[in-house]
Ligand binder design. Structure first.
Ligand code: ATP
Length: 440
């Protein structure tokens, strides 16, 4: 028999301030004559004994007017999304709350966003993705903590399985294919056999192709932002879903070894540069593309409607990195400036990918050498020459392409420690100018 109210011990896992706010919001519901619920992932996580500070509330009535009343009372920020009859509140201490009108949804066309219409809470639960995400907890006083579990969400939580609410679910919204994998891998649940069959069926059609680029990108990057994306990527590969990024993308043994090496590479990078901001999801995507050609990578950037910054980072990766990695792991010793020139144009995410690639090769000595080069590169990254273009002009060089060449050589000399002072820089440049003068 399913639990009818949430055990107080579970509710206490929320910060006491959040519980107080939820009780007051329930009372506000009574004042305004409407039922108010917490819904979806929050209730799922509470039942699993986990805590989230991202609360989703559903109001049987005018959700936006209700959200405005809550925002007034707590003086929070408020953003209203009229099309989705939803409002977002951010409390000063970081608590986030989405308040929506309970609704039914119509999918006029598969894979497009639905039209929404106000409806009772039961219908609102029916439009949700999986039974474990379709449990509501009422907040009104007298009913506080009452669970509404119409579709057996608690049963499936106990049985550790992901189950859709109806056979057309993946067709209505193919993003649920990726959401199913996300929850399955996050909680180490299994897809219920009927749901797995429906997922395979949906994946065998061209439904995912119909998803817009931003929606597909969001699902992929959210999935890769999970705590253990390696499991999720392995599952995507097993279900043959990677072909929706590009028909020529394949999770070969080499690619999967790089993917599996990413956590170690990220940890190493994080221990060396704790303040570095790395787009982890993008590194996992790059690892998946580590054997891909520039053409395939460009195709994926386009399919995912990547921003210019994302596309630039992606295009710096791929198969072409092998050449750089070869030079950095060769017998021949490189000067610091040579290492600098090899790495200077690469975003940090690509440097992490290079580490992952090398880790995946299980060549201890080369990995040590490569890491030494990387650390040396970190030191040289901030080095700059004192002399700039205008100084060369003062020294008599006419503006032209030689500027870049001379300043480049000067920077190399600085990095290699051949030149160590401004005076040294001047002597270095003078020498170059006299050689040039000889040929002019
Ligand atoms: P997470 O812990 O990753 O934030 P969540 O379950 O809170 O997971 P959200 O994306 O924040 O996920 O969505 C909140 C709730 O909205 C879900 O629990 C689910 O009930 C519903 N939902 C979200 N996306 C969909 C979808 N594509 N189809 C149906 N219901 C959805």
């Amino acid at each position: 028999m399913a639990q009818q109210t949430l055990r107080p011990a579970l509710l206490e896992r929320l910060p006491s301030m959040a519980v107080g706010v939820l009780r007051e919001i329930g009372a506000l519901g009574d004042e305004r004559g409407c039922h108010v619920y917490v819904v979806g992932g929050v209730v799922r996580d509470l039942l699993l004994g986990q805590v989230t500070l991202d609360l989703d509330l559903a109001v049987e009535g005018d959700g936006i007017a209700f959200a405005k009343a809550v925002a007034d009372r707590y003086r929070t920020g408020l953003a209203v999304f009229e099309r989705f009859v939803t409002a977002r509140l951010v409390f000063p201490d970081g608590l986030k709350m989405d308040i929506a009108t309970t609704r039914r949804e119509f999918y006029a066309e598969a894979a497009l966003l639905p039209t929404v219409q106000p409806a009772a809470i039961e219908e609102d639960l029916h439009r949700r993705d999986f039974t474990i995400n379709a449990i509501a907890m009422q907040l009104n006083p007298g009913q506080f903590g009452r669970l509404l579990d119409v579709y057996g969400g608690q049963r499936d939580l106990r049985a550790r399985r992901i189950r859709v609410l109806h056979a057309g679910s993946f067709q209505d919204d193919p993003t649920r294919i990726f959401r199913a994998i996300r929850f399955e891998q996050r909680f180490k649940f299994r897809l219920e056999p009927g749901t797995l069959r429906l997922l395979r069926q949906a994946a065998s059609t061209n439904l995912i192709q119909q998803l817009s680029g931003p929606r597909l990108q969001n699902e992929i990057l959210v999935l890769f932002a999970e705590r253990d994306p390696v499991r999720a990527i392995t599952r995507l590969a097993k279900l043959k879903l990677l072909r929706f990024l590009h028909r020529r993308l394949c999770a070969s043994g080499t690619v999967m070894r790089v993917v599996r090496a990413v956590p170690q590479a990220l940890a190493w990078w994080g221990s060396r540069s704790p303040d570095a901001v790395i787009d982890r999801s993008l590194v996992y995507l790059m690892a998946l593309l580590s054997e891909s050609s520039p053409v395939v990578i460009a195709g994926i950037s386009k399919r995912l409607a990547c921003s210019r910054e994302q596309a630039t980072k992606l295009s710096a990766g791929g198969k072409r990195l092998d050449r750089i990695l070869k030079k950095l792991t060769d017998r021949e010793t490189l000067r610091p400036s040579q290492v600098y020139r090899l790495l200077v144009d690469l975003p940090d995410e690509v440097l992490v990918l290079l580490v992952a690639k090398q880790v995946s090769r299980h060549q201890a000595a080369q990995l040590r050498q490569f890491k030494r080069y990387l650390m040396a590169y970190e030191e040289t990254r901030t080095i700059a020459t004192v002399l700039k273009g205008r100084d060369l002009q003062t020294m008599g060089l006419k503006p032209g392409p030689q500027y870049g060449a001379i300043l480049g050589k000067l920077l190399d000399a600085r990095i290699d420690g051949v030149v160590t002072s401004e005076e040294g820089e001047r002597v270095f440049v003078q020498k170059r100018l006299s050689v040039l003068g000889h040929y002019l």
